[in-house]
Design a protein. Structure first.
Length: 318
């Protein structure tokens, strides 16, 4: 709250929701939908009950549902899988030796309860993606405690169970990264996260529209930032007519406005069709694809091009 309070206050004064547009079903800003599903990126949520249990364990096969940037390594989430297996083994042994009542007490159960509650409450509210990392950090502790308890429940006493549990937990953590660490780009600390040779006509445009994730990083280096409007599929549907009408406040009254739409992948036909439809629905505009140009940018250690195209009012709607 200390670090973000000013930003929360700014959002509240602008939109009536300190977390705008998220959780607007609670704050009820007139600028965003009251449907909670419209203000959350549902790509990160589970599709059925079974996924709520196993989803984190196979995210390498569904990488686009976990991260918003491309990942150049297919890394299986062994850490969560090991937790699942160890929990099953621990509870099976404990119930077999001491019965179900043994699960009701014990300080370890407080840790397990915290782990499960944080895991599933977070999934329910936010889904599963990179911000799930704080809960994942508990996994090595869970490894140690479960292995230690399993060793202590053996008929034959185990010598130095704490030390053995520590080494076993370390091995399981190491195995989790045997195929490499997920790499979403690592730029130099001496350079900004985003850099690019942005054309002057883009900098001086009256309004810019972003149609893809990568091009959204242009916002911090454009001044004023207020005239950059995000239209990518993940965040478009939350806005009400009152929100989209803010666009008209950026248009000059004494001349034809200069407007561009930005694509980081000009071959992404889905993004193109989405942008074409939304410009027509909201603003009666069309994209002039014959005017498209490119400029190079760098996001962390990734290099790419951003394509920008002119926008014009549809004939007959001027």
């Amino acid at each position: 709250m200390a670090s973000s309070g000013v930003w929360y206050y700014k959002l509240y004064t602008l939109f009536g929701n300190p977390l705008f547009p998220f959780f607007n079903n609670i704050f009820r800003s007139p600028y965003a939908s009251l449907d909670k599903n419209a203000t959350r990126d549902m790509m990160f949520f589970q599709f059925h009950g079974l996924e709520k249990i196993i989803y984190p364990f196979y995210f390498a096969d569904h990488i686009d549902r976990v991260v918003t940037a491309s990942n150049d390594k297919a890394v299986v989430c062994y850490t969560a899988l090991f937790c699942f297996v160890l929990f099953a083994l621990y509870f099976a042994i404990k119930i077999a030796k001491f019965g179900f009542k043994s699960l009701l007490g014990g300080r370890d159960n407080i840790l397990f309860l915290f782990f499960f509650l944080s895991f599933y409450v977070w999934q329910y509210v936010f889904g599963v993606y990179r911000y799930f990392i704080p809960t994942d950090l508990i996994c090595p502790i869970i490894f140690y405690v479960l292995i230690y308890e399993i060793l202590n429940m053996q008929r034959t006493p185990v010598y130095e169970p704490g030390k053995k549990a520590c080494w076993a937990a370390a091995v399981l953590v190491a195995v989790s990264f045997v195929k490499g660490v997920p790499d979403w780009g690592r730029g130099s600390y001496s350079h900004p996260y985003f850099e690019g040779n942005i054309p002057q006509e883009v900098k001086e445009a009256d309004v810019l529209f972003n149609a893809n994730f990568f091009s959204a990083w242009i916002v911090p280096v454009i001044n004023p930032q207020g005239h950059v409007i995000q239209i990518n599929r993940g965040l478009l549907d939350f806005g009400t007519k009152k929100y989209w009408d803010i666009y008209y406040t950026y248009l000059p009254k004494n001349r034809t406005p200069t407007q561009y739409v930005l694509f980081n992948d000009p071959n992404d036909q889905v993004a193109k069709n989405w942008a074409i439809t939304k410009f027509k629905e909201h603003y009666n505009m069309q994209i002039d694809f014959s005017s498209c140009k490119k400029f190079p940018v760098r996001l962390s250690s990734y290099k790419s091009d951003i394509t920008y195209c002119s926008l014009s009012v549809n004939p007959g709607n001027a």
